[in-house]
Design a protein around this ligand. Structure first.
Ligand SMILES: O=C(O)c1cccc(C(=O)CC[C@H]2O[C@@H](n3cnc4c(=O)[nH]cnc43)[C@H](O)[C@@H]2O)c1
Length: 250
């Protein structure tokens, strides 16, 4: 089994790595595959790091913030994979949770990944790109895998929205929920990772640890430390599920 885990930033990758260590995965090596887009001229390049246990490998790559960086970084990492290629791609990191379904410090697993603001605005409201006839705003996910992961993590299971502007008002949160009643969380990378994985014919999953509630902007209420600890917890529990899953099940 070989899995590519894509985060946005190094702090998320470090939390994933701490969980993999708990699951018995040892660091194998690392490869600088490009300069992450969020890194300034003084920052060090962010490597893709490989971890392994009993013939299974999990590679972790902080590809950058937002769907464009996520898609580009994922495609680069997938394109450089040597035989055997990857079986699965996971988009992960911190995210905003919809109140009532995904509290601070909890985990969510995607049943669907939807690009929630990919489309056109109109006097009658938002029109998704698929309705415009230009493309798609969601990709196929493995339901059996998602459900297994959800059970193993004790996570909420539902639609994870990808947005390019984080929600900062109650009105916007209500609008998103009205359009996506099964939404549990939002973040900024899932759809980009999913597009890249899908174009390589690979299944994808999104796992988010909730750092903030979706609604009126309030930075003082963010709990990034708790979310990163939840991410470590998730990746301590995830490997046995992934090892027992085979990609033809999706
Ligand atoms: O300053 C703000 O109000 C603000 C609100 C939400 C997100 C940000 C970020 O700059 C974080 C981007 C980063 O974190 C993920 N993330 C975490 N929470 C959310 C969210 O509620 N909505 C969207 N993205 C979120 C995201 O995936 C990025 O990697 C600032």
């Amino acid at each position: 089994m070989r899995v590519l885990v894509v985060t946005a930033v190094a702090a998320e990758s470090d939390s994933v790595a701490a969980g993999l260590a708990v699951a018995g995965y040892a660091r194998l090596d690392e490869e600088v595959i490009r300069r992450a887009p969020f890194a300034g001229p003084e920052s060090s390049p962010s490597p893709l790091t490989r971890y392994g246990r009993a013939g299974h490998e999990i590679h972790v790559y902080p590809a950058g913030v937002g769907p464009a960086a996520a898609a580009a970084g994922t495609a680069v990492a997938l394109g450089r994979a040597q035989d055997p290629g990857y079986d699965l791609v996971i988009s992960t990191g911190i995210g905003g949770g919809f109140p009532g379904v995904a509290p601070l410090g909890s985990l969510v697993v995607s049943s669907r990944i939807v690009a929630a603001d990919l489309g056109a605005d109109s006097p009658d409201g938002f029109i998704p790109v698929a309705e415009l006839g230009f493309g798609r705003d969601q990709v196929h996910l493995s339901v059996p895998l998602g459900r297994r992961v959800m059970r193993a993590l004790g996570a909420a299971y539902g639609t994870v929205l990808t947005v390019t502007t984080a929600t900062g008002t109650a009105e916007r949160a209500a609008e998103l929920l009205a359009r996506h009643p099964s939404a549990v969380a939002e973040a900024m990378e899932g759809f980009g990772v999913a597009e890249a994985a899908d174009q390589y014919g690979l299944p994808v999953l999104e796992v988010r640890a909730i750092s903030n509630s979706i609604g009126p902007r309030d930075r003082s209420a963010w709990r990034i430390g708790d979310a990163l600890a939840a991410l470590t917890d998730a990746f301590g529990k995830l490997p046995p599920v992934l090892e027992s899953w085979t990609s033809h099940e999706h």
